[in-house]
Design a protein around this ligand. Structure first.
Ligand code: FMN
Length: 227
């Protein structure tokens, strides 16, 4: 199979974690004998080409990061311009030839549960784009991909190659292995307490230090419009 892959991150390719994940996904797809073409939402000069390809391909994979619990705004802006094209295609062809649309939803925080609302939205979105929903690969714990290199990066992204092999084989992320790939939905209570403590102490201090370094003069908890 051949897939149109869209990196939905607003970050430019060089700094995008999604891009590094896609590097492994496409490695796995090639192992399964599949081919692909990849485009970046962060590069507006590619939008016309992506729309044109969206109109003709049979398999589409949109990979996106979770931004403030939501779909990145830039990707939404792009998708709003795609819907009429998908509808046009449907009018021309039999309804059973809808393109298969799969998603890869990834995030910084690790618990699967925080991505489920986004996943439900993406399933609905596939219908709105007049595509057949082909599942969503859901995975967190990706904050540090772009900060690491070589072996350390490989430790985080290496496991995506197997998911790429499955996607290349099925054109979908509906296999049971893809569901298991998410990891824990919710951390056990002791870990949640530890993470909570870390955020109240170490992380708080490091965010405050960072803000100071960037010239921030007000506390991070300041609410100038909340008074
Ligand atoms: C503005 C912004 C908002 C984010 N919001 C969330 C969030 O709500 N939940 C989460 O788990 N991670 C969040 N993250 C982390 C990203 O999802 C994560 O780092 C992802 O791997 C970034 O992929 P990218 O580099 O391709 O954009 C956020 C990151 C940024 C920059």
């Amino acid at each position: 199979m051949h897939a149109l892959i869209i990196n939905g991150s607003p970050r430019v390719k060089k700094y995008s974690n999604t891009d590094k994940i896609l590097g492994k996904i496409t490695e796995g797809m090639k192992d399964s004998g599949s081919s692909y073409e990849q485009f970046e939402i962060s590069d507006r000069s590619q939008w016309n080409t992506i729309r044109e390809r969206f109109y003709v391909v049979d398999h589409i994979l949109i990979a996106l990061p979770l931004y403030v619990e939501c779909i990145p705004g830039l990707l939404m802006e792009f998708l709003e311009t795609v819907e009429p094209i998908a509808k046009e295609r449907l009018a021309e062809e039999a309804s059973n030839s809808r393109p298969k649309l799969a998603f890869l939803l990834q995030s910084g925080f690790a618990e699967g549960i925080q991505l489920r609302c986004g996943e439900a939205y993406l399933e609905m979105l596939a219908g709105k784009l007049v595509c057949e929903y082909a599942g969503t690969l859901v995975k967190g714990d990706n904050f540090s991909i772009r900060l690491f290199e070589d072996e350390q990066r490989e430790k985080i992204v290496g496991k995506y190659a197997e998911m790429g092999r499955i996607y290349g084989r099925d054109g979908a992320f509906t296999d049971e292995e893809c569901r298991k790939f998410t990891g824990p939905e919710v951390f056990p209570l002791p870990i949640r307490l530890l993470v909570g403590l870390m955020f109240k102490t170490m992380a708080k201090k490091s965010f405050n230090d960072m803000a100071k370094k960037w010239g921030c003069t007000k506390p991070l908890t300041d609410r100038p419009y909340g008074k």
